[in-house]
Unconditional design. Structure first.
Length: 70
């Protein structure tokens, strides 16, 4: 049989080989748009959900709940 064993990638030394598969001239802008859309969706969820929104977070309610538990 064949004795050929492909070498394992040695990252980050071999990271440039990604661009042999993914042509940045074709895929860079669609990837950036996809990442931006994902970030906007995640941030819109976080800021519309009351429990995660730091702008409307009410510390006094948490303190009152802790005092009631004691």
């Amino acid at each position: 049989m064949s004795e050929y064993k492909p070498s394992k990638p040695s990252n980050p030394r071999d990271d440039w080989k990604l661009w042999l598969v993914v042509n940045p001239g074709t895929w860079l802008i669609p990837l950036l748009i996809t990442f931006l859309a994902t970030a906007l969706i995640v941030h819109s969820f976080v800021f519309t959900h009351e429990a995660y929104n730091p702008l409307t977070y009410d510390v006094s309610a948490e303190v009152a709940a802790e005092e009631a538990a004691e």
